[in-house]
Design a binder for this molecule. Structure first.
Ligand SMILES: C[S@@+](CC[C@H](N)C(=O)[O-])C[C@H]1O[C@@H](n2cnc3c(N)ncnc32)[C@H](O)[C@@H]1O
Length: 393
C-alpha cells in the first residue's frame, strides 16, 4: 500500500454543506469528481489529504480510499481484510479504531462489521508479525472507516480522525455555540467580500467572528489543531507537515477597510470569544465590546451584519424571543442601511418576526435541526414592502 500514489478521496460534511465544500475544493484547487449533499469526491495522495485537512473550512472528515471489494456477508468482509497488507500502514505497536457506515441486508448492527474488521486486521498482524496492535474506540490515533452498501464494501483511512469542525481553538464553552464548520459555511454562503466590515452582534463564544477573521486573513483553520489521523500512519512526514503549515501561514493583517466587530451583552460571552480568538491566533483582528446588540458600532464602508440569536429550542422560549427578533429587524433596518444583514436561525416562525423582506433563505442543518441563513438587502426603508434603492457595498 503506497500512500504517495493517487487514491480516491471522499470529503464528508454536514447535510446541506456539500455545495460550499465543493467550492472550497475547486478553489484549492482539487478536482471535484462528484458532489453530494454530505460528501464530495476528489482524489490524491497522503500529502494531498494533509493539505485538505489543513485548509478545508466546511469539511467534517477527509477519507483516503484504501481498498474496495465485494462482500456478501461478514465472513467475506473478514476474509478480504485479513489478506490486506495493513502492516504497510500501521506499526504493530500502534493503535487503531474502526468506524462503519453500513447499508446492507447482510448485517443489522454496524458495530459487528467494525468488529470483524478489527479481527481481520489483528489476525493479519499476528500472522505476519507475531504481534497485534491495540484497538479500541479512541479516534485520536489511526482510524479506518468502512462504507458498506449492498455488496459493495470500501475501507478508507480517516485522515482527520476527530472531525475537522473541532479546530482546537474553542477553549471556553458557551451556550449554543455554532459548530465551526457550519459557521464557516454560512459565511461562505453570504455575500461578504472579506474586504469590508463584518459585524457580529450577539457573538456568544465568537465562532462567526473567528471564522470570518480566519477567512479575511487567509489563515487555514487547521493551523491550530495539533492532532490529525494522518499523523498516525506509516509514510507520514512531520517535516512535510511543518512545510505545509509554513507555506500556509498568512500575514497577520486584515485588508484595509475590513474591520471585524464582535459584541454580546454578556461579559462572560465576550471573555470566552476573546479567549477563543486568541487560541485561533486572530485576537488582534477582532474588536470586542460588551453591549446590547442595538448599541453595536456599525463602521462605515458597507459590509455585513451577521447575527445568530437564540432560537428557543425549549418549550415556551420561542414566545419570549419573538420580541427580540422584532428588535433585530428594527436594528437592521435603522442601523444597517447600505449593508447586507444576515440572521442564522433554526426557527422559521421566529424569523418572520424580523419583519424584513428576505433576499435569500439558504437552508442548513445544525445537527437534526433545519436552519436557515436569512439574507436581507438593507435598502433605504426596506421594511416589508421594500423599496428600490440598492445597497451601496
Ligand atoms: C445563540 S448565542 C450565539 C452563539 C454564537 N454564534 C457562538 O457560536 O457561540 C446568542 C447570543 O446572544 C446573546 N444575546 C441575547 N440577547 C442579547 C441582546 N439583547 N444583546 C446582545 N446580545 C444578546 C447571548 O448572550 C448569546 O451569547
Amino acid at each position: 500500500m503506497i500512500l504517495t500514489e493517487k487514491h480516491p478521496i471522499a470529503v464528508t460534511c454536514a447535510r446541506g454543506i456539500g455545495p460550499f465544500l465543493a467550492g472550497e475544493l475547486s478553489s484549492l484547487p482539487f478536482p471535484v469528481l462528484r458532489a453530494g449533499e454530505t460528501a464530495v469526491e476528489t482524489e490524491g495522495n497522503l500529502e494531498d489529504a494533509m493539505r485538505l485537512n489543513l485548509h478545508l473550512r466546511t469539511a467534517h472528515r477527509v477519507l483516503l480510499g484504501l481498498c474496495a471489494f465485494r462482500a456478501e456477508g461478514p465472513e467475506e468482509l473478514y476474509r478480504f481484510v485479513s489478506a490486506f497488507p495493513w502492516e504497510d500502514l500501521l506499526s504493530e505497536n500502534g493503535y487503531f479504531s474502526v468506524t462503519s457506515t453500513v447499508r446492507t441486508p447482510a448485517i443489522r448492527d454496524p458495530r459487528f462489521a467494525s468488529l470483524r474488521i478489527k479481527d481481520g486486521i489483528a489476525d493479519r498482524f499476528y500472522r505476519t508479525r507475531g504481534i497485534r496492535p491495540d484497538s479500541g474506540p479512541d479516534r485520536r490515533r489511526t482510524v479506518f472507516h468502512l462504507q458498506w452498501t449492498g455488496e459493495d464494501a470500501a475501507i478508507s483511512l480517516d485522515t482527520s480522525g476527530e472531525p475537522l469542525s473541532r479546530r482546537g481553538y474553542r477553549k471556553l464553552p458557551w451556550k449554543a455555540p455554532m459548530q465551526e464548520s457550519l459557521a464557516a459555511a454560512t459565511i461562505l454562503a453570504s455575500r461578504w467580500d472579506r474586504k469590508s466590515p463584518f459585524v457580529n452582534p450577539m457573538c456568544g463564544s465568537g465562532t462567526l467572528a473567528v471564522e470570518a477573521a480566519l477567512l479575511a486573513l487567509g489563515r487555514p483553520p487547521g493551523l491550530t489543531r495539533e492532532n490529525f489521523g494522518f499523523m498516525h500512519v506509516r509514510g507520514y512526514s512531520p517535516r512535510r507537515w511543518r512545510e505545509l503549515r509554513a507555506e500556509a501561514k498568512a500575514g497577520g493583517r486584515l485588508p484595509p477597510g475590513c474591520r471585524i466587530l464582535a459584541t454580546d451583552r454578556d461579559p462572560d460571552a465576550v471573555a470566552a470569544a476573546r479567549e477563543n480568538a486568541r487560541a485561533a491566533g486572530v485576537e488582534q483582528a477582532i474588536e470586542f465590546n460588551v453591549c446590547p446588540f442595538e448599541e453595536t458600532e456599525i463602521p462605515a464602508g458597507g459590509g455585513v451584519i451577521f447575527m445568530n440569536p437564540e432560537y428557543g429550542e425549549r418549550m415556551g422560549e420561542a414566545s419570549l424571543l419573538r420580541d427580540v427578533y422584532g428588535k433585530i429587524g428594527d436594528f437592521l433596518k435603522k442601523r444597517g442601511r447600505g449593508r447586507l444583514g444576515y440572521v442564522f436561525t433554526g426557527n422559521p416562525d421566529l424569523a418572520k418576526s424580523v419583519g424584513l423582506r428576505t433576499a435569500r433563505r439558504i437552508p442548513f442543518f445544525n445537527g437534526p435541526i433545519e436552519c436557515r441563513l436569512l439574507e436581507y438587502e438593507l435598502y433605504e426603508g426596506s421594511r416589508k414592502a421594500g423599496n428600490s434603492e440598492p445597497a451601496s457595498r
